[in-house]
Design a protein around this ligand. Structure first.
Ligand SMILES: Nc1ncnc2c1ncn2[C@@H]1O[C@H](COP(=O)(O)OP(=O)(O)OP(=O)(O)O)[C@@H](O)[C@H]1O
Ligand SMILES: [Mg+2]
Length: 255
């Protein structure tokens, strides 16, 4: 099966710092790939490269099998890749609909003065929120009043407005309570069930184990391991991330 997104031998230096060294990674339809690694492993750099924010020094990016240059955020969006960054970039004083369409508002015709079409946007917002089962009491509450899980839901729904093939989530469960975390993990499963490719950057190994079909481990800019669902234990993940080889207490591993 052709990968939706495929990275080959991606390297990136910042001055003398090697942020990424010949990293390979692929995401297929209906697949959740987790990208894990310690601080400084290169996760954010990789996310920026596939979001068109940074360019790799060397290596190739293929989208549905075709070599593609992601030279700007726009070109990544046009290629069907949307990223939800960790800060979510929501406007606190605006409501869900305004946030969903921020910068991508629906306008009426030139002849109607190109007024923003609130009604059409509300309908589409409702559809997208429902497709991921994001529950809001009202579409017109400022998002500052919503829970962390709801805010994450809105940020993810905003990414879906352009119907991307690949959705990248940077630490989607960081700073969430237990039930909200479960909501967001459900939401990730729904993205996958919609046939999208999902890349999840995470520090949380429990989340990763729950949600990922495949796990790519980075350490100091190099991909050091890749695991498939059910083929690893917690201590495999930890030792790949840290480079330590001594067996650790496994908190109820898969095996
Ligand atoms: N703009 C930059 N200028 C210089 N060095 C950078 C820059 N961005 C990243 N780096 C370096 O590249 C390496 C990888 O950083 P990156 O932010 O990708 O790691 P990360 O895995 O996201 O870490 P964290 O878990 O802390 O977010 C680090 O050594 C970092 O200091
Ligand atoms: Mg980072």
């Amino acid at each position: 099966m052709t990968a939706l997104l495929e990275l080959s031998e991606i390297s990136k230096y910042f001055g003398g710092v090697r942020a990424l060294h010949e990293v390979d990674m692929a995401v297929h339809e209906g697949e959740v790939v987790a990208l894990i690694g310690d601080n400084g492993a290169g996760k954010s750099t990789l996310v920026k490269i596939v979001s068109g924010v940074e360019s790799p020094d060397t290596g190739e990016i293929r989208v549905r099998g075709e070599a593609t240059n992601l030279v700007s955020s726009r070109s990544a969006v046009d290629a069907g890749i949307r990223t939800v960054f960790q800060d979510l970039s929501l406007c606190d004083n605006l409501d869900a609909v305004q946030n969903l369409f921020l910068g991508q508002e629906r306008h009426g015709s030139f002849w109607s003065g190109r007024r923003i079409r609130r009604h059409a946007m509300e309908e589409q917002a409702q559809r997208i929120l429902e497709s991921l089962s994001v529950k809001l009491r009202s579409l017109s509450t400022p998002v500052v009043a919503l829970s962390g899980g709801q805010r994450q839901g809105i940020a993810i729904c905003r990414a879906l407005i352009s119907d991307p093939a690949v959705v990248i989530l940077d630490e989607p469960t960081a700073a969430l309570g237990v039930s909200q975390r479960a909501e967001v993990l459900d939401l990730i499963h729904r993205l996958r069930d919609q046939g999208r490719g999902v890349v999840v950057v995470s520090h949380d190994m429990k989340d990763v184990r729950q949600v990922a079909d495949r796990i790519v481990v980075l350490r100091l800019g190099t991909k050091v391991a890749e695991f498939r669902r059910g083929e690893y234990s917690m201590s495999d993940l930890v030792s790949a991330m840290t480079g330590a080889h001594e067996p650790l207490d496994d908190e109820g591993g898969d095996q």
